[in-house]
Ligand binder design. Structure first.
Ligand code: ACO
Length: 323
């Protein structure tokens, strides 16, 4: 059993905030359609901000919130599917931007799409030794892999970063994890009639530059996956759903969350929602929501929270944390 302290959180976003009315001017859509089908009103879109820059800003805020010396951090994980470049890792770039080069530190990236932060948190909890701290970040620049002429996808996504500092400690609280991969990308995330390249890094076909998905299939998968992940972490713990104070879910579509809530007979008040302002920021979405919930005073000692997400891969995961 891990006993972990959640010491601090932070988030960052690009300056540019694009609302649905702006999208009306570039594609055939409407504010009404986007709000009704997704709950999204606006999203942040990077111009000059890189993934590592957003990640470092969120990390700096998390370090300040945690009131620790950054020298105490021995593990730095960045969850991202839109790192600055394949190599060096975005985690190493963040290490450099935070001035953490001259300390004992292991830094690497994880790609589990929108479940990436939860996969990273689980890895960090497993890897930390007693009294060691980890900086776990989710950061994305999804706008760079979005086809801005595809109204089926471009309305959904946004850019940003969220970060958390955790410490493994005997004074910490219990945390339970669940993670699953389905390994079936063609079913929902590929374009019908096209095959995946053996060497995606050297594939220059324009079609592969952009994120594509079967929205309806992802929707169906997401509802079942989130429900299963919540049940799986609860089963490991001594708690039932009633004992959970707040669920901080991946922010993809408010209708996905409403379906999960309805199936689980939960009020929507039990879910933290910020997708109206951020859209889907993939690996950044759960840590941004966690940091915002903390900044708004929604997290208190003694609470039990569930972080839960799903994403490309297909992947899904959840963590139940006592605060
Ligand atoms: N504006 C106006 N009309 C639109 C738009 C738009 N932006 N997009 C689609 N439409 C139209 C369609 O063309 C269709 O028209 P038709 O009936 O004349 O054919 C109609 O609206 C309905 O389209 P659907 O695709 O059936 O709409 P749906 O209710 O399924 O909503 C959505 C689409 C929002 C994409 C939804 O399926 C969804 O949120 N899916 C989950 C996506 C997700 O969470 N992805 C994250 C995983 S990806 C990753 O991990 C990186």
């Amino acid at each position: 059993m891990n006993t972990i302290q959640l010491l601090g959180c932070g988030y960052a976003h690009p300056k540019q905030h694009i609302d649905n009315h702006y999208l009306e001017s570039i594609i055939d859509t409407s504010d009404e359609w986007i709000v009704q089908r997704t709950g999204i009103h606006a999203r942040y879109v990077a111009t000059t901000e890189t993934t590592s820059l957003l990640a470092a800003e969120a990390a700096q805020k998390a370090i300040e919130d945690a009131k620790i010396d950054k020298k105490d951090i021995s593990l730095l994980i960045v969850a991202t599917l839109t790192g600055d470049q394949p190599m060096p890792s975005t985690a190493c770039l963040v290490q450099e931007q935070l001035g953490m080069m001259d300390q004992r530190l292991m830094a690497f990236d994880i790609n589990a799409a929108c479940s990436g932060f939860l996969y990273s948190l689980q890895c960090a909890c497993a890897m930390l030794k007693e009294n060691e701290c980890a900086l776990v970040i989710g950061a994305e620049n999804l706008s760079k892999i979005i086809d801005w002429s595809d109204r089926g996808t471009c309305i959904l996504f946004g850019d940003g970063a969220g970060a958390a500092i955790i410490r493994k400690s005997a004074q910490g609280k219990n945390v339970w994890h669940f993670a699953q991969s389905k390994g079936d990308p063609k079913r929902v995330l590929d374009i019908p009639g096209k095959t995946l390249s053996d060497q995606p890094c050297v594939n220059v076909d324009e079609a592969y530059r952009y994120l594509s998905m079967d929205g309806k299939e992802v929707f169906r998968f997401a509802v079942g996956a989130m429900e299963e992940a919540i049940h799986q972490v609860l089963e490991q713990s001594p708690w039932d759903l009633e004992a959970i104070d707040l669920i901080i879910p991946h922010q993809a579509n408010v209708r996905i969350l409403a379906n999960v809530a309805r199936h689980m007979k939960l009020s929507m008040d039990r879910f933290y929602v910020n997708l109206d302002r951020f859209g889907n920021t993939s690996a950044a979405s759960v840590p941004i929501a966690l940091a915002q919930a903390k900044a708004e005073g929604r997290l208190h000692e003694g609470m039990k929270i569930i972080l839960v997400g799903f994403g490309g891969g297909l992947t899904y995961a959840a963590s139940l944390m006592e605060l």
